[in-house]
Design a protein around this ligand. Structure first.
Ligand code: HSE
Length: 291
């Protein structure tokens, strides 16, 4: 009588869409939840090492928040999880855990809460809607949050879009990467981003991959985070010359996202370029194709 869910990782921002745009990635976490006599955890895989195995575990707490919201008591749970999503790398691992826990807990009690309610709850936990929206709805999403209600529109990723990520072997906390940001920005920089986030959304929705490189430029967060990810600024600038149709910091980093057109067979050159730039900064990284 348990339930099992598979949740995608995600990349947030896509350059200009800070706290707004997100995309689900072909990299997953699996979560199984069953009522039990006593709460017990089975956490598999390196990515879950060191997470608490008692009721302070995020999955347990998030599941309980669903039961409370639905007015149903399921106090003890057997929770099993396996994840291929690396932690604190800008690939939405915490968002996928939250979405998995909300979705599985709701499913376990017959889905009394709507997906929109789960999205509101997930966003309140993450404080931004981009990663959780992508994990919950899949595809590319554009989202807004007013502090209570979150709203997302799903866009089907263009057929030819391919995704390459370079995952550096160091962790960067979202908190630290948000503390690097200024509290105020100029009107010029705001316009720079609004115009590009709008162009990017339209370009992705209509398959205009030729517009993506210009549309992925950003002045709201990447320039301030560049110092935290050595090599990033150079990669963002030069990746289009090595076969990318655009590049960005993935979420709060340190992972770097490069988008490609699958009809343009420069994948190996791009991969080598990303690895070489990072290596020249003393950073080793793993690359994955994740469309
Ligand atoms: N939009 C968020 C940020 C994603 O860039 O800080 C972090 O997970």
């Amino acid at each position: 009588e348990g339930v099992r869910v598979k949740v995608p990782a995600s990349t947030a921002n896509l350059g200009p869409g800070f706290d707004t745009l997100g995309m689900a990635l072909n990299l997953y976490a699996w979560l199984e939840v069953k009522p039990a006599d006593a709460t017990v955890f089975h956490l598999y895989g390196d990515n879950l090492d060191g997470l608490p195995k008692d009721k302070s575990n995020l999955i347990y707490k998030v599941a309980q928040s669903v039961f409370t919201a639905a007015g149903i008591a399921v106090p003890e749970l057997e929770i099993s999880m396996y994840s291929d999503i690396p932690l604190t790398r800008g690939l939405g691992s915490s968002a996928s855990a939250i979405v998995g826990a909300l979705y599985a807990a709701n499913l376990l009690i017959g889905s009394p809460l709507t997906r929109e309610q789960l999205f509101d709850m997930a966003t309140a936990l993450e404080h931004h809607p981009d990663n959780v929206g992508a994990s919950l709805y899949g595809g590319i999403i554009t989202a807004v949050w007013d502090g209570v209600r979150a709203t997302a529109l799903r866009i089907e990723p263009p057929e030819e879009l391919d995704v390459l990520v370079a995952i550096p072997d160091f962790q960067l906390s979202t908190t630290a990467a948000r503390e690097a940001l200024p509290k105020q920005v100029s009107l010029g920089d705001a316009v720079y981003n609004v115009s590009r986030a709008s162009l990017l959304t339209g370009a992705l929705a209509s398959g205009r991959l030729d517009l993506v490189a210009e549309a992925m430029r950003d002045r709201l967060h990447q320039p301030y985070r560049a110092a935290l990810v050595p090599g990033m600024a150079r990669i963002l600038e030069e990746a289009p010359r090595h076969g990318a149709i655009g590049a960005a910091l993935s979420g709060a980093g340190p992972t770097i996202l490069a988008l490609t057109n699958r009809n343009n067979r420069q994948g190996e050159e791009l991969r080598n370029f990303l690895l070489e730039v990072l290596q020249s900064e003393g950073i080793s990284a793993t690359t994955l194709w994740l469309k």
